[in-house]
Design a protein around this ligand. Structure first.
Ligand SMILES: *[C@@H]1O[C@H](CO)[C@@H](O)[C@H](O)[C@H]1NC(C)=O
Ligand SMILES: *[C@@H]1O[C@H](CO)[C@@H](O)[C@H](O)[C@H]1NC(C)=O
Ligand SMILES: *[C@@H]1O[C@H](CO)[C@@H](O)[C@H](O)[C@H]1NC(C)=O
Length: 476
């Protein structure tokens, strides 16, 4: 592929450099191009710190495995649009990571190799090269709240020089991030980018109340579905194959109704947390915050409702993707005990944690997004399910409320125990009103096409970069 010409107005004398700390690959490719188109940035540096947090919002890295795994799903051919993107448009792209390729796991390894394929430099977040790069950069994008620790640990005395050109991308909404050691520099950075309005508001409140600091200018950027996911979602042959395959494996028939709660289980390694100087890691997959327990209760209640009212509906099943018996968690044992006690073993299916969610999205009928408390920061699985034309039964909390249109693309229920009966009723509603269920799925898909594609996200990010780069001019 021919290299695009450098931007006519680029100032080749100045080493304009943009440094990101952690961005999605496909999006980044676009940002790079957009940034170049918009701002004459002649050198672009991408720093990627491994998304070290296993939070409801830290999806970035996990998504890569999902994407690459999806390409390998048999039954449909993947497009070969993969590698040849010209990141080179007069840009130097550098990805800085906390782990060296040799010690990374499969996901990071394949991501790094994709970067290298695209001419992106990859080097360690520790060391002189990282410091030099950050000093030269026009913009440094920090990914995740904990990336704040990198500033002091690596940049040391140089921190004040880099702060005014930092765009901080935050995907977390949990108490333990509200620590000064992570976020004390927040007020001095050029801007913050957050996945949902409600999370942005939460950060504003918490930083003020808990830490007595104020947020910088904050931009909300909803995420978008990857092209790879859309390819599967829009390929009816692939979907049918996946559906038959998964249903057969579960022992459920084509006409049975499947309600699923899906969490990508990629727990972040304790080792990485340790590197970051943190003892505490959080566990992804089956956990109380994801509300699988309340979902099972609601499911059981819906079966009873159907029995009581003698409703004619196909056999219903609950699928819980993201379990991990090897973890021996008390919570998961409770879930399984509940299923045994209520004698619904033949209706409930636990599926080990996986990063490859497309086969399940292709196989189920309804996605349940039952995140509790403050809910999801954004809730990527929600837009992914909508891409597969699935209605969503979600808690009226967090980012879900910014995605699901109540009564149109899904039905919302309250978080907490008081949500169990409403969720049970909503499940019955979707089981009995087939047309409505299908219509909701279609509307969800339309919404994705309107707002939640990778291109939309890239546009939103381009806007943010434009704003932030205006401010950072003159700091290099
Ligand atoms: C933020 O604080 C305001 C005022 O106290 C409150 O109304 C709002 O619900 C809070 N928002 C979040 C997300 O915590
Ligand atoms: C699921 O995980 C458990 C525990 O790690 C393992 O024993 C089991 O074989 C796994 N099942 C599948 C289908 O991979
Ligand atoms: C969703 O819509 C239903 C029906 O109008 C309503 O009863 C319910 O309160 C709504 N829920 C939310 C969270 O808006």
């Amino acid at each position: 592929m021919a290299k695009p010409h450098p931007h006519p107005h680029s100032h080749s004398s100045s080493t304009s450099t943009t440094a990101f700390l952690g961005l999605g690959l496909h999006k980044k490719k676009k940002w790079v191009l957009m940034v170049l188109a918009l701002f004459s940035v002649s050198t672009l540096i991408v720093l990627l710190m491994r998304a070290a947090i296993s939070d409801s919002c830290a999806h970035r890295i996990r998504d890569y495995r999902k994407d690459s795994a999806q390409r390998e799903i048999p039954g449909f051919s993947s497009s070969s649009r993969a590698s040849s993107s010209p990141l080179g448009v007069g840009a130097d792209v550098v990805w800085i990571t906390y782990q060296k390729p040799a010690e990374t796991d499969e996901v990071v390894y394949s991501l790094e190799n994709k970067m290298l394929d695209r001419g992106v430099q990859v080097f360690s977040a520790k060391g002189q090269k990282a410091i030099d790069t950050a000093l030269k950069a026009d913009l440094v994008v920090l990914n995740t709240a904990v990336a704040g620790k990198w500033l002091d640990a690596v940049l040391k005395d140089n921190v004040p020089r880099v702060l005014p050109k930092i765009l901080w991308w935050i995907h977390e909404m949990r108490g333990h991030y509200f620590k000064l050691e992570f976020v004390k520099h927040l007020p001095y950075v050029a801007g913050a980018m957050i996945d949902s309005h409600i999370t942005a508001e939460y950060w504003k409140n918490r930083t003020k109340e808990r830490l007595g600091i104020s947020m910088p200018e904050t931009f909300v950027v909803h995420l978008g579905n990857s092209k790879e996911l859309m390819e599967v979602a829009e390929n009816s042959v692939a979907k049918r194959v996946l559906r038959e395959h998964v249903r057969e494996a579960l022992g459920v028939r084509n006409e049975d109704l499947l309600f699923a709660i899906i969490n990508r289980g990629r727990g972040v390694s304790a080792a990485l947390w340790k590197k970051m100087g943190e003892e505490k890691g959080t566990k992804e997959g089956v956990s109380r915050g994801k509300g699988q327990d309340l979902f099972l209760r609601a499911f059981h209640e819906s079966l009873q409702l159907i029995k009581q009212k003698k409703l004619q509906v196909p056999p219903m099943h609950a699928v819980i993707v993201g379990s991990d018996m090897s973890a021996q968690s008390k919570f998961e044992t409770e879930l399984r005990d509940f299923v045994t006690e209520k004698k619904i073993q033949d209706r409930v299916h636990f599926i080990n944690k996986t990063l490859t969610v497309a086969p399940y999205l292709a196989s189920i009928d309804v996605l349940v997004q039952n995140s509790q408390a403050r809910g999801e920061c954004f809730g990527r699985i929600t837009i992914e399910a909508m891409a597969f034309q699935l209605p969503v039964l979600g808690t009226a909390a967090g980012g879900t409320t910014e995605i699901v249109v109540n009564e149109t693309t899904g039905l919302l229920h309250p978080a907490g125990k008081e949500g169990v009966t409403p969720l049970a009723r909503n499940m019955v509603k979707l089981a009995t009103h087939v047309e409505r269920r299908l219509t909701m799925g279609k509307k969800g898909y339309e919404k994705v096409k309107e707002r939640f594609l990778e291109d939309h996200m890239a546009e939103r990010i381009a806007f943010v970069l434009k704003q932030v780069l205006k401010k950072t001019k003159g700091h290099t």
